[in-house]
Design a protein. Structure first.
Length: 336
């Protein structure tokens, strides 16, 4: 199991409070040293799954102490190798056995996603470049180029941010993720419309035609990919996101819509947009459900109450839109 170090800086006379606050938890190592005459530093080596509990306990205590802070440090390697079993703090009591979760802490997860979501020159450039690459791949019917555009496109993270925001009831993150998603979609659509106007687009090209049809299998794929994307974030396994980005395929149908609209094929373009929004709906619905299933929730009772309302509203809204999609798909299939 992955390890983390929690480094705590606090007034020297308060260092004995930390073992008392964390007496029910188990750690690999616990170090205490003096920084100067007034401050002490405590370092705790522990399993990743215990970080959230430690931060939830420390936060209300440290916020009341002037100059106190806690920082999370990732442990990449150690000599000698660390054992998987942590040792209990010396309190005279045996800790209860508990199941270990494989996910990273809520605080680390929030920091990773919040840091990755934002509108800046890099985000805008990557959206436009991935749209251009996707357009070339679609026009040429070249799957290798299309896959490259999927990997480049930074559209998945803002959607995961919206799902996390709805799970935590975090309005600021919700707005941040929504704005980044909306701007990214708008830029990609406008870029592909310009390309559609400038070049000859054949709607019968297999790569384009395949993205003008919405089927139940597309909904299942998007739901599975959304859940996989959230699991990739909560496990800290960023590399697995590459496969998720390819599977969920937000950019190709969006660019297909722009190419078809730009070439005058409005009806086909709207069908490609339908597939795009279906993917967004499924990713967000699956994301919220997966976050909830992973036990992601705020720390305090008043935040939990707010988050509970936000989750109910979000799940109801996304679920309603998902059911509408299922109805549309079934209705179109019955017509044929």
């Amino acid at each position: 199991m992955a390890k983390r170090i929690v480094e705590i800086v606090l007034p020297k006379g308060r260092s004995d409070d930390i073992p008392q606050l964390l007496h029910e938890l188990t750690f690999d190592e616990y170090w205490l040293n003096t920084i100067d005459d007034n401050r002490a530093r405590i370092r705790i080596l522990l399993a990743t799954c215990d970080v959230e509990k430690v931060f939830d306990i420390l936060e209300p205590y440290l916020l009341e102490l002037p100059g106190a802070s806690a920082v999370l440090i990732n442990v990449e390697a150690s000599i000698p190798r660390l054992d998987n079993e942590a040792a209990p703090m010396d309190t005279g009591e045996l800790p209860e056995k508990k199941n270990k979760s494989a996910r990273i802490s809520r605080q680390e997860l929030y920091n990773d996603i919040n840091a990755a979501v934002g509108i800046n020159s890099t985000y805008i450039t990557m959206v436009e470049l991935s749209a251009v690459v996707a357009a070339i791949g679609l026009i040429r019917n070249d799957m290798a180029i299309i896959i490259g555009a999927m990997v480049m496109a930074p559209l998945l993270v803002p959607n995961v941010a919206m799902a996390l925001a709805n799970t935590l009831g975090d309005t600021e993150l919700a707005i941040k993720g929504s704005v980044a998603t909306g701007l990214g979609f708008l830029l990609a659509l406008l870029t592909s419309i310009i390309i559609g106007v400038s070049f000859h687009i054949d709607p019968a090209t297999p790569a384009i035609a395949a993205r003008t049809q919405l089927e139940l299998s597309d909904l299942v794929l998007a739901v599975a990919s959304g859940a996989a994307g959230v699991l990739a974030f909560t496990s800290g396994g960023q590399l697995s996101l590459i496969g998720v980005m390819v599977a969920v395929a937000l950019m190709p149908p969006l660019v297909s819509a722009g190419l078809l609209i730009g070439s005058g094929e409005l009806n086909q373009g709207l069908k490609a947009l339908e597939l795009t929004f279906a993917n967004v709906i499924c990713v967000n619905l699956a994301g919220i459900i997966t976050f909830v299933g992973q036990g992601i929730h705020p720390a305090t009772w008043w935040e939990k109450s707010k988050a509970s309302r936000a989750k109910k509203i979000a799940i109801s809204g996304w679920a309603f839109m998902f059911l509408v999609l299922v109805y549309i798909v079934l209705h179109e299939e019955l017509q044929f």
